[in-house]
Design a binder for this molecule. Sequence first.
Ligand code: NAD
Length: 498
Amino acid sequence: MSIDASFEKVITVARNAFNSGKTRPLSFRLAQLRKFVKMMEESRTEIQHAINLDLRKHKLEVTLYEIEGIIHEAKVFIDNLKSYASPDVLPFNLLAALDKGMIEKVPFGVVLILGAWNYPFLLSLQPMIGALAAGNSVVLKPSEVAPHTAQLMAEMITKYLDPECYHVIQANPEETQHLLKYKFDYIFYTGSSNVGKLVMQAASQHLCPVTLELGGKSPAYIDDNSDYEIACKRVLWGRYANAGQTCIAPDYLLCSKKVETEFVKCAQTIVKEWYEGDAQKSQSFTRIISERHCLRLKNLLDTTRGKIVLGGRVDVQDLFVEPTIVVDVALDDPLMMEEIFGPILPIVSVNSIHEAIDIVNSRPRPLALYSFAKNSKVNNDFKDKTISGGVCIGDTMWHCVWNGLPFGGVGNSGMGRYQGKSSFDTFSHHRSVLDRSMSPLSEKLGEARYPPYNDTKINMFTFIIRHFLKFDVTAGPIFTHILAFLIGAGIIALIAWA
Ligand code: NAD
């Protein structure tokens, strides 16, 4: 079967399943979410193994970020699905006094999820939980760059979840271009900005809505008045976890020369301690995903005009890049021209928080922003005078752990958000529904809208709009509710009598 024929077959099965109404009942979605949890719990060993083959990631990182995080998200959905899915019923309004207005959360239809390789399970399955819970059929295309995890995901989903509603397609970039020609009802993409543009272009052919979870250069600022040791550990953890292949890793550090000296001294001790003297031999240090990316990082180190003060070793055959710090980095240095996505931390020295703010504002909007200062005014300045997808004060990456906080970028770092309830909302169309009364009283009340028009009708509607429309009773004191109700009842009686 040709690749196009096989895509068409999968999409048709997913669409027919959606159109059959199978995914609509909450009981079905809850049953699938429970199976999802079972799938993750019963596949721990296989997941560890597959991710180890793709990235040589320590099982602590796999357990926390790729297994427990996903199980937690699915359980949050199981506990809260009823409340997430319940319609928002509108309050009493004089123009619709006998009617019922509500905002329903309905699924889009068939959702395409394009995953990335750096956290291969998390970045494919976390959005899938939201899409499934919102009642969509899902076609998941994991990244081909992590082939063992992509294969395992396909096997797991086929074995545990409904085979008509949820599908995994394995495809390389060229094949993915073909896939993107088909009509989906929503596309959720995680990856680079360049491919993000292609996805958005393809989606525009079908006027298909998209969420783009992209990357970029996320800055960290350490103030002169800060706890250097804690700040150093937290910045290095963000930079070196998963060998720096994290979209929200602190990409470069902004600080004074004084902080830089302390930071580097501290980092030399910490790195030795964390990776037991040699990161290449340490089980706690992940490898770079491919030779191409390893050579890209090597080239950055070969061409930088900055000074390497920690690490710097690259072993392409072993896909290893040593935890590295580079100082005296100029803003036009190769290290500052693209997202590093590896364990290299450039330090750009600044003389003040204002200079740091100007640097951030002169660049594309970052996905995350980190600030370490004892004085909250400095942290607030850095936060309030810049724009970023998210902010974490006093740490790096920790804002993603809490799934009450929506995750997403802005500008070049993406559009849209997910995690917890925000995932449910992303994958739901918020449909306005008005259930109008067809009673004779309702008809009488609305009669003035019909021709022939005259000045009395104009005056009456103008009066109602100006004075009574504001009684859209959402909250406020009980007095307002009673007053609105009495006025409404009075008008209804008056018009009915007339
Ligand atoms: P990528 O864009 O190369 O790949 C992501 C997905 O797009 C994969 O499924 C891949 O098969 C597909 N793809 C690749 N080329 C394609 C093409 N020409 N046409 C159609 N589809 C194509 O991204 P990557 O290299 O896997 O990831 C690195 C980037 O992703 C970094 O910039 C990183 O910051 C970003 N990222 C962002 C997040 C986030 O949540 N915001 C998470 C992880 C990675």
